[in-house]
Design a protein around this ligand. Structure first.
Ligand SMILES: NC(=O)c1ccc[n+]([C@@H]2O[C@H](COP(=O)([O-])OP(=O)(O)OC[C@H]3O[C@@H](n4cnc5c(N)ncnc54)[C@H](O)[C@@H]3O)[C@@H](O)[C@H]2O)c1
Length: 708
């Protein structure tokens, strides 16, 4: 059996090393191992102090989230109970010094807080990110952290879920000392020193001096709740973690721990935790591509070419430079090139201003981007990414040009949002090397990238694009070549349905408010105004889905934020203001079309906007343009402002029940016509009492079997 926890004695100090690669998670065997080692140290007369440390690249980085998932679904015992272990550490008659490097997150930090002292490497980080999974710390963290850092700082860490760095942790009292140089040697020296000093070695549970007064705490907790409601809209866990902190400041330690445990269990039994745990695993699953394995060869990317220095091209060049890849950035005319580079510089300067980048780093990155008006040097590029206007004949012309210049194994990528990858590939003599790499705007900010495989794209090219997105610190999701790919394809029926709702009697702001209250980052009309009504108009027009109000606004030149007016009007260019003129226009077009206006509930708005989107998602799955329902969820959460705590549209559909959704779709079909036809896959799953999650699981199993 592998030894997960090692015990050695060095110059009178017991060294307990957790060795559970890759991140020393507290999975079964680890807590037991630490407990046994503590017991041994306590009884070993040659030992005067204990150091608890992690092997490899980090201290204990957290709990095993698979176990949490099982617990949330009532399928397993869940995370091991470490309460007894924490008590045995705190009650150890010899001082326990926890030595932290890498990250001490979640259960890792809770373990560390049970020690009598904490020392850390200068670059170590600590945090309690549990709220990101819809739960609260469950191993007494809510009771110990306020005792170490004070109530205000603890609330901030719990609600934000963000990690803090070692110097900040020392300032707050979470860490006692930073060890420069060798952490183990420094920790042993520190342990010997505290043992020699004779103590007292205080248990964290007894340290009540930072717990504040009832008056100051009332204000801090109220402000924390206010903050949680604002920054973690609609979420439960960030409020519940404050309840646990309240228990820490009002109840004795043991009772506070009991309260914490109750809250954890309530959170784990709720939809929010299940959805967030799903989102967590969904995001990790996207890198698994069927037919591609670790053995699949990838092309190495040492140099890139980007064509077009507009909104997207400039951002893409930045993303490449940020990863240290030299970029040739080509434009057609000097003015556009200068504009493009000026905006790249401006974006970098804003990062420097925010302290995210040093001035020197900015200059280094800018130096990696070479603006030019020719294809000079493109022959050596390992990848060329095209980001010119969204126009098929222009794209074909550009691909014809690069086909003549690029070396044989150069990956030829397009950033198109709507055009046919195969048609673009057809303009080259090597369609197998062509792929879509669809960045989202602004490219240097948005994590999501849709990697679009064409009919003839080589699997090595797909593997290369997926690996590149990772290297660029993006989240690449593989999708198929259909109009709008996955994200935008589902957006269109959603957008159209919202427009139908306003014709029938709602207002754009009422629809947007309902969507915002549901949890979307923005309402759909505000999104349309931001993207530009001309964009949506073109696609809706092509697919014969244009509504009268959309058509009229477009004809009036109300194209959204860029013209100061669209579905809303804008005074500062960004903040939507309700516009009676638009509402009157909608009433007129509805009247002309003979649509009887009525009052429409928020519930109907949510059902119609989301169910039409879910139906389209089912169609995408059925047609094989997404590998998994969970991929669609990841796309919507990371690229379209869908609330993660609802798990993404497909997961949300599962929580509502596919049978119910199917029935509602039939009802909408009766009322609104053929446009609302349930997709066969949805109908089938509803009929079988199934879920999209089960559909994904069955597919994974089938793929695994075919591999055997
Ligand atoms: N803007 C978005 O939100 C967004 C998001 C994802 C994808 N896209 C896609 O990215 C592509 C570019 O969009 P954008 O918003 O950056 O457009 P843009 O109009 O901002 O930039 C296009 C640039 O390409 C340049 N250009 C045109 N022909 C060229 C040529 N032959 N050689 C070199 N440069 C040339 C133009 O001068 C212009 O600067 C489009 O395919 C678009 O659909 C856009």
């Amino acid at each position: 059996m592998v030894e997960l926890v090692k015990f050695t004695v060095e110059t009178g100090v017991a060294l307990i090393t957790v060795d559970n690669p890759p991140v020393n998670a507290l999975s079964a065997g680890v807590p037991e191992g630490i407990a046994a080692a503590i017991e041994r140290a306590a009884h070993d007369a040659s030992v005067s102090a204990v150091v608890l440390i992690g092997a490899g690249r980090t201290f204990v980085a957290g709990a095993d989230i698979k176990q949490l998932e099982e617990q949330a679904h009532g399928r397993g015992p869940g995370a091991p109970n470490i309460h007894q272990l924490l008590k045995s550490i705190e009650d150890c008659p010899k001082p326990v010094v926890v030595a932290i490097h890498g990250t001490a997150l979640g259960g890792g930090l809770e373990l560390a807080m049970a020690g009598h002292y904490r020392v850390a490497s200068p670059d170590a980080q600590a945090g309690q990110p549990e709220v990101n999974l819809g739960i609260i710390p469950g191993a007494e963290g809510t009771q110990r952290l306020p005792r170490l850092v004070g109530v205000g700082a603890a609330v901030e860490m719990f609600v934000s879920g963000k990690s803090i760095r070692a110097p900040e942790a020392v300032r707050l009292g979470l860490f006692d000392k930073i060890i420069e140089g060798d952490l183990k040697a420094g920790a042993i020296a520190f342990a010997r020193h505290v043992a020699d000093s004779g103590g007292p070695h205080r248990r964290t549970r007894d340290r009540n001096e930072k717990l504040g007064s009832p008056e100051s705490n009332a204000a801090i907790l109220a402000a924390g709740r206010e903050q949680a409601r604002k920054t973690r809209r609609n979420m439960i866990a960030p409020l519940r973690v404050i309840d646990a902190v309240e228990a820490a400041v009002t109840l004795p330690f043991e009772e506070g721990c009991r309260r914490e445990r109750e809250i954890v269990e309530q959170c784990l039994a709720g939809e929010e935790a299940r959805a967030l745990i799903h989102a967590f695993f969904a995001e990790r699953a996207v890198s698994k591509v069927r037919g591609i394995s670790q053995e699949t060869r990838t092309h190495s990317i040492r140099k890139a070419g980007v064509i077009g220095a507009g909104t997207m091209g400039g951002g893409i060049a930045m993303v490449l430079a940020n990863a240290g890849i030299p970029v040739l950035l080509k434009e057609t005319d000097r003015a556009a090139l200068d504009r493009g580079m000026a905006s790249v510089r401006k974006n970098y300067e804003s990062s420097v201003k925010k302290g995210r980048l040093t001035a020197q780093e900015m200059e280094e990155r800018l130096a990696l981007i070479q603006p030019q008006l020719t294809y000079d040097g493109f022959r050596d590029a390992d990848i060329i990414i095209e980001a010119v206007f969204e126009n098929m004949s222009l794209k074909k012309q550009v691909f014809g040009e690069i086909d003549r210049i690029a070396k044989g194994d150069c990956v030829l990528a397009t950033n198109t949002s709507t055009l046919d990858i195969d048609e673009i590939a057809g303009a080259t003599s090597r369609p197998n090397m062509v792929i879509g790499i669809h960045f989202f705007s602004p490219a240097h900010v948005m994590r999501l990238v849709e990697v679009v495989r064409g009919a003839r794209t080589d699997k090595e090219v797909i593997a290369t694009a997926m690996a590149l997105t990772k290297r660029l610190r993006k989240l690449g999701v593989l999708v198929g070549n259909c109009r709008g790919f996955v994200g935008n394809r589902m957006m269109l029926p959603y957008m159209r349905e919202a427009q139908c709702l306003v014709e029938e009697g709602a207002t754009p702001s009422q629809v947007d408010q309902a969507l915002y209250d549901f949890g979307m980052a923005m309402g759909i009309f505000a999104v349309d105004d931001m993207g530009g009504l001309d964009l949506a108009w073109r696609v809706l027009q092509d697919t014969k889905r244009l509504t009268k109000p959309g058509e009229r606004l477009y004809a009036m030149g109300r194209l959204g934020q860029k013209t100061g007016a669209g579905w809303y009007r804008y005074e500062d260019g960004r903040t939507p203001i309700r516009d009676p003129e638009v509402e009157a226009l909608i009433e007129t077009t509805a009247k002309q079309a003979g649509i009887a206006r009525r009052s429409i509930s928020s519930e109907e708005i949510i059902e119609r906007c989301l169910y039409i989107m879910i139906n389209e998602g089912a169609r995408i799955l059925d047609e094989g343009f997404a590998q998994r329902a969970a991929d669609i969820d990841t796309i919507y959460i990371t690229g379209y402002g869908f609330p993660a705590y609802r798990g993404g549209p497909m997961w949300y559909a599962d929580t509502i029940g596919l049978q119910k959704i199917y029935e509602r779709i039939l009802e909408f079909q009766r009322r609104h016509g053929e446009y609302w036809t349930a997709v066969p896959l949805l109908e089938q799953l509803a009929h079988d009492g199934q879920t999209f999650a089960a559909f994904d699981a069955a597919n994974e199993q089938a793929v695994a079997r075919s591999r055997e």
